[in-house]
Ligand binder design. Structure first.
Ligand code: C2E
Ligand code: MG
Ligand code: MG
Ligand code: MG
Length: 273
């Protein structure tokens, strides 16, 4: 916490830092029982075809509804879960919930579309991860092509170990996308080595698309992805201007507040695809 805040300002070891440390310790402790106490909630954000404005899928994004602190964002508690190992339970919960919900939507005549779930490195690298996913799909009778796993470059520290796992998922028919693309350090190498279906342009490039450098980077990512036969999705579309810029560069898919914030399941509107 202090490190994150410390970038642009001085931090004194005062009440506010103590408060931050107390909160961190509290979250760390209480996260252990969050899953069994049913405190996690999965929100969904639509993924859009930005040319036709049709919804093409959903991303599952977890929140922690803490009994006294209220809704806590994944940006705050996922890194803690990753450090403590609790991410395995949290991740399994979200995967199961998203698979179950997607099957339910299909049964309700809601439409057939993929739901994507974010997967942390610590979760992905479990020896039985493929097996876990297989069992969940079977339990809920969901066709694998309606599940998409979002991974980041941080998973790929060791391509040789990760490649067979990714190939196993591909063989099952599960889709894979590379999240936050462009923020890691070995993006192009990963694109060359790993058979991912989709690249997600990190929102930091979209937000600053007015800057000629960001603009060039966005254009280049779209071109590389397209040339490799991948789907390219722009993250963090907030304005009509962002949208127009992206369209002009040949981007077809996107998500962002311009269309919809992530919403709880009862607020998800019918996906027309
Ligand atoms: P992400 O996977 O890159 O998800 C996109 C984040 O950007 C989400 O934040 C989403 O709410 C937010 N976002 C979407 N559109 C816009 C926009 O137009 N403007 C802005 N400013 N933000 C937008 P959220 O839900 O707080 O999640 C943050 C991160 O936490 C996610 O980034 C993902 O890395 C992680 N996360 C969320 N759920 C899970 C999960 O179930 N498992 C794991 N391992 N990580 C998760
Ligand atoms: Mg994601
Ligand atoms: Mg992202
Ligand atoms: Mg991410």
């Amino acid at each position: 916490q202090a490190k994150a805040q410390g970038k642009n300002q001085y931090i004194f070891f005062d009440d506010s830092l103590k408060h931050a440390l107390d909160r961190r310790l509290l979250l760390e402790n209480e996260l252990r029982t969050a899953v069994e106490d049913d405190e996690l909630v999965v929100y969904y954000q639509s993924k859009m075809n930005i040319l036709t404005h049709e919804c093409v899928g959903y991303e599952a994004l977890v929140r922690w509804n803490h009994p006294s602190l209220g809704l806590i964002s994944p940006g705050e508690f996922i890194p803690i879960a990753e450090e403590t190992g609790e991410i395995k339970a949290v991740g399994a919960y979200v995967l199961n919930a998203a698979i179950k919900q997607n099957k339910k939507w299909q049964d309700e005549g809601f439409g057939y579309f993929p739901v994507s779930v974010n997967v942390s490195a610590e979760q992905f690298n479990q020896f039985d991860f493929v097996d876990q996913v297989k069992k969940m799909l079977k339990r809920h009778q969901l066709t694998p092509k309606y599940l998409e796993l979002e991974i980041t470059e941080s998973i790929m520290q060791d391509v040789e170990t990760v490649l067979p796992v990714i190939q196993a998922f591909k063989a099952m028919g599960i889709q894979l996308s590379l999240d936050d693309f462009g923020t890691g350090y070995s993006s192009l190498y990963i694109l060359k080595e790993l058979p991912v279906d989709t690249i997600k342009i990190d929102q930091s490039f979209v937000r600053t698309i007015n800057d000629p450098r960001s603009e060039s980077i966005v254009k280049t990512i779209i071109d590389i992805g397209t040339n490799l036969g991948m789907q390219v999705i722009a993250e963090g579309i907030e304005t009509f201007e962002h949208l127009e810029h992206l369209k002009a560069k040949g981007c077809i898919f996107g998500q962002g507040y311009y269309y919809s914030r992530p919403v709880p399941v009862e607020k998800v509107k019918k996906c027309m695809s």
